[in-house]
Design a protein around this ligand. Structure first.
Ligand code: AHN
Ligand code: ZN
Length: 328
């Protein structure tokens, strides 16, 4: 015990080294927190619902945004030009995917980034294509739908958020990703929806793109819409769901964001979670009173501007902006 001074010295040295490492670690943790706290508080800008409404109307005016049709190319051009005009870094991912029927479909995924060099990032996404058929309708079932809510609403809100990000860059990096070819699927064919986001997610994993979390917006513009805590969002990112729903409540939007869970919905966020490994939630309308649960106008010709309400756009847009600007 006491008769081995050499060993004692070694032991003392070990203790000192251990303590030093522990102290350094503690300092690292403290200093990184201090640096983050030192970032300026940036007031959350006010989401302009009129602006979002105009962006939705502009997409609907183009006509159906169906893959392999002129509407796809004109809308892509519109979205790219708009996002570039906000001083965001815009890029596209283009190629072909194969639909459930074996037909090759052109896709154009569009990314617009704020603070492209920041390591701490958040992903915001929506699909911008529209369904080629009105299989939810009782008339003209083989004709495409306007897709004001299903397609244009999430995209329109993200355009308005992009405008705000360009004018007032937040502390973190933000990537707005607009997915193509979401709505070309059939419920009886596995993985036939969300073809653009499936492609994107595989590429994101290969690139090592790993934002802190993602938020998908789908069908976020209808009057009196309600957003329930969706199953896959609660499975993969319950902390983000709770944070977003609490933020909405604090802003006074409890009529829109309901603290109740709903079944799992196969949507772009499922693939962002499972293929890209990015925890991603879905803000998507749930209407328990309609058989489809997505509202009576879902996949019908009635999914037009008449069902879009600026108050819903404000509730969703302001909540997402608040999340982004409170991130450090
Ligand atoms: C299903 O209908 C299986 N999922 C909803 C995905 C969707 C379609 N979002 C918009 N249109
Ligand atoms: Zn749809």
């Amino acid at each position: 015990m006491g008769g081995q001074p050499g060993r004692m010295t070694a032991r003392l040295a070990l203790v000192i080294i251990t303590l030093t490492i522990a102290c350094n670690n503690a300092e690292d943790k403290v200093s990184s927190k201090v640096i983050r706290r030192d970032l300026p508080e940036i007031a959350t800008p006010s989401f302009n619902q009129d602006s979002a409404y105009i962006y939705i109307n502009a997409q609907v005016d183009i006509g159906p945004r169906v893959p392999n049709t002129p509407g796809q190319d004109s809308c892509a051009k519109f979205l790219i030009n708009k996002l570039r005009s906000f001083n965001l870094e815009v890029s596209t991912q283009e190629g072909q995917v194969t639909g459930y029927d074996g037909i090759k479909l052109k896709f154009i995924n569009i990314t617009a980034s704020s603070n492209p060099e920041a390591l701490n990032r958040v992903l915001l996404c929506a699909h911008w294509d529209t369904r080629p058929i009105a299989d939810g309708d009782i008339v003209r079932q083989n004709e495409p739908i306007p897709g004001a809510n299903d397609g244009a609403s999430g995209t329109g809100i993200l355009l308005e958020i992009g405008r705000q990000l360009g004018a007032t860059p937040p502390n973190i990096g933000v990537d707005i990703v607009l997915f193509d070819v979401e709505d070309h699927g059939r419920t009886n064919v596995n993985n036939s929806y969300c073809l653009g986001s499936q492609y994107w997610s595989k590429a994101a994993l290969r690139k090592g793109y790993y934002p802190k979390f993602g938020i998908l917006l789908d069908m976020v513009g209808a009057k009196d819409a309600q957003f329930y805590m969706e199953g896959y969002s609660m499975k993969f990112a319950p902390h983000i769901v709770k944070k977003v729903w609490k933020t909405a409540a604090n802003l006074g939007y409890s009529n829109y964001f309901i603290f109740k869970q709903t079944p799992h919905i196969t949507d772009d966020h499922l693939y962002v979670n499972t293929l890209a490994n990015i925890p991603c939630i879905n803000i998507i309308q749930h209407d328990p009173l309609t058989p489809t649960k997505f509202g009576s106008y879902w996949h019908t010709h009635n999914d037009n501007m008449d069902i879009i309400d600026r108050a819903t756009l404000k509730a969703v847009g302001q909540t997402v902006l608040e999340i982004i600007y409170s991130e450090k």
